[in-house]
Structures are given as C-alpha cells and as structure tokens.
Write a protein that binds this ligand. Structure first.
Ligand code: URA
Length: 427
C-alpha cells in the first residue's frame, strides 16, 4: 500500500481523522526508517494539538504492541495483576505492593523503569541493595512469578520497541504531555507484558505529570478504556501528589522506609495507599483476602526477602547513606501549609539520587528525609529536612533546592485527602 506521509500529517494537523490502515502504515514505516524523524515529529505535534479518536488510539496502541514481543504469562498457577504509577516523589509503593499482593495469592509482574528528572525510578531504588539484578530473561521472570509470586525487574527491550524511539522523540519535541501519547506509551508496554489485570495509580498535583484533576481524570479514563478494549481488566486510582509520599525521597532511603512499612510500621500515607491499591488489585483477580493482615503478620515481608534473594540481592545487607549529611531547620514559626513535592523531588535529584540524562549514574545513598507534613506546627530552629549526599557539592545543591519547599501560614490548614477518585471497576 502506498501512502503519502505529508498528506496524512496535513490531515491530522487540520483536525481530520486517520483511518486504521493509515495509522498503522505511518507507525510501521517510521519503525522501518521509511518515515523520517522530522515527519514523525510533525505528526506528534499534530496529535499533541488535536488528540486521537478512540479508533486512532486503538490502532496506534496495537501497532506499538505488534512492533515487539509479548510475554507469555498464561498457564501460571496464580492470576496475574500489575500496577503502574504515572510517577511521583517518594513513590516507593511498588517495593511493598508487589510482595504484598503476591503474599495474598496473585502473581505480580512489575516491569519497571528508571527515574528521569525529579521523579525516582523503582529500579534505581532496588539497585541500592548490594547484588540485586534488574535484568532478567523472560524465562526467569516466569519462573520467579511461579516460585515467589512477585518480580520487579527492567522491562526488556523487546516490549513495544517503537515506544522507546517515540518517547525519545517526544522528549525533544515537547510532545510528552499528550494524553493519547502517554496512554498508548504506558498501555502498550503493559498489554505486551501479558498481565491479566492492571491497577493504575494516576498522580495529580505539583509533583506529578498531570497538575490538575480534570486532565488526570481524562488520562485515567483513556488508559482504562485502552486496557479494557485489549482484554486487560483495568482500574485507575487518582492520588494526590502535591506532597511527597512518606518521609523518604531517594534510593536506599526509600528501600529502608519500604522495609518499615513491610514490618507493619512506617508512614501512614504509604501504608494507606499501598493497601488501597492492593485491594483493587486483588478484587480485579477475584482474590478475597485482606492485605492488611498479610502486611501485619510478616508474610509480605517474607515474600519481599524471597523476591530480593531470587534476583541475587542480599535483603540483610547494609543500605548506603550519603556521608555528607545536613539538617535544614525552620527559620520562622508557623503551620505547614505545604511541603512542595516538586521542590523535594528536585532536591533529591540534585543531591545525586536522580539523573538528568538516561545514561547518568545515580547515587544509592543520596536523598532527603522530610520530617514535617502539611498541617504540622513548627517552631524556629526545628529540623525540617535531613539531606544526604556523597559529596559537599551535591549536598549544597540539594539544600539550595529545598529553600522554597515549605510554605508556612498562621492559619489552620485543611489536610487534603490522598485518595481522590477511582475510574473503572466498581467505580
Ligand atoms: N511513562 C511512559 O511509559 N510513557 C509516557 O509517555 C509517560 C510516562
């Protein structure tokens, strides 16, 4: 079939719709190097402004999936269910949730990514555990799902390979923040992974991709529709990301906090969100278990230890902490109106916990501990943040980024809910 890329770009630019064959042709020929980067860039910008119809988005996603392999997870003795978070600050939920849901009887294939910019990546956090391996073969993933029930590992390069090129192109053409493009990128990888069910944690607020509720809701609805139309039972939960999640933001510091929650303690917000997502996951695969019981009786912690060991990590190893430490204290008294997630995320990144380019290395021991929360009363000189870095330059950059992180007021503050909305399932 002969098609003309400029003609298809012009139609999309002018608000028209592409037919299924046309969407497929464009993406496949981009993948094969026939459609050029400049033509794909132009189409991405047209999609950024004019969106994709449900039919265009379905074919766009199918073509991305068909560009690579699919993991064969059928035939396992447990039902499969995964979770995806759109990314936040202090979001260590996967580390607790995957073993917890496995402890309740499901298999959790968490194919994860690394952090970029101010949001951390699950693999970077786990790599602070000595010996732990992020890269597993498809066979190893399957075996570990059968034996342990939970795997957190790097998504292999074989899943939806067009996405890697498209994502890099979106990054340099300012077309990342498009709902259909985000939805197809996330869902193509999750559908190719072969999970039966999926719970999406869609973050809303200053520290998230989606700053406002209406757009987050639209993203959630679009991804739920895509999942359901591809046979993946999907629910999305919208959760607040104006403040960091928990106290710890970084790599090893977040592993340590996850261990606290797995031991039945830890910050309340991390526990509440983990249990809520676990309940949705279990409900989707028909498992009638109370995850709080498995968290409190130590079963989830045991599965976590098995999961780390299965990937060559030592769950008892010392977790590094940056040797250059400082405490940031309050310069005035007041009530905490907000602890800005974006500033704290940037601080952790500058301390060395995050990367600016995908090839950068991250520091295992760098991070921030947030000692106060919205609504707390603070006095002059009270410790607000503990910062950790490997050297003084990074430490001072991190401290500088925290300067505007806290707003104080003299008036009472209403604490915002963490769990905002649910899309799909028993909505
Ligand atoms: N995560 C993805 O995998 N893709 C996006 O487009 C955004 C977040």
């Amino acid at each position: 079939m002969i098609m003309n890329a400029p003609e298809l770009i012009a139609r999309k630019r002018d608000g028209g719709e592409l037919g299924p064959d046309e969407v497929q042709w464009f993406l496949e020929h981009y993948h094969q190097g026939v459609v050029g980067e400049e033509q794909m860039s132009a189409l991405l910008m047209a999609v950024f402004f004019n969106g994709l119809s449900d039919s265009e988005l379905g074919v766009w996603t199918d073509t991305m999936i068909a560009s690579g392999e699919r993991l064969a997870l059928s035939g396992l003795s447990r039902p499969t269910v995964d979770k995806h978070s759109t990314g936040g600050v202090g979001d260590k939920i996967s580390l607790i949730l995957a073993p917890l849901v496995a402890a309740c009887g499901a298999a959790v294939p968490q194919l994860s990514g690394r952090g970029l910019g101010h949001t951390g990546g699950t693999l970077d956090k786990l790599e602070s555990i000595p010996g732990w391996r992020a890269h597993l073969s498809n066979e190893e993933v399957r075996d570990q799902l059968e034996s342990v029930g939970a795997v957190i590992c790097a998504a292999g390069s074989g899943l939806a390979p067009i996405d890697r090129r498209l994502y890099a192109l979106r990054d340099v053409t300012s077309t990342v923040e498009s709902i259909p493009l985000i939805s197809s990128s996330i869902m193509s990888k999750k559908i190719a992974e072969g999970t039966e069910a999926l719970v999406l944690d869609v973050k809303v607020g200053r520290g998230a991709f989606m700053k406002d509720h209406a757009r987050a809701l639209e993203l959630a609805r679009t991804m739920v529709r895509l999942g359901e139309s591809h046979g993946v039972r999907t629910v999305a939960q919208l959760t607040d990301m104006n403040e960091p999640l928990g106290r710890a933001v970084g790599n090893a510091v977040e592993v340590r906090e996850s261990l606290d929650v797995l031991a039945g303690a830890g910050p309340d917000d991390v526990r509440v969100l983990t249990l809520s997502l676990a309940r949705h996951m279990l409900h989707l695969v028909g498992i009638d278990e109370d995850p709080a019981v498995r968290l409190d009786d130590g079963t989830a912690l045991q599965v976590y230890r098995d999961m780390i060991r299965a990937q060559s990590g030592d769950p008892d190893a010392y977790l590094p902490l940056g040797v250059q430490h400082a405490t940031v204290v309050a310069s005035r008294a007041g009530i905490v109106e907000s602890v800005d997630a974006l500033s704290v995320g940037i601080a952790a990144w500058r301390l060395g916990a995050g990367r600016a380019r995908k090839e950068d290395a991250v520091s295992a021991g760098a991070g921030v501990e947030v000692l106060i929360r919205r609504g707390d009363r603070v006095e002059v000189g009270q410790p607000l943040f503990e910062v950790y870095a490997d050297d003084l330059d990074h430490r001072d950059l991190g401290i500088h980024s925290l300067e505007g992180a806290l707003s104080l007021t003299d008036n009472p503050v209403i604490v915002r809910p963490l769990l905002l909305d649910v899309v799909g399932g028993a909505e």
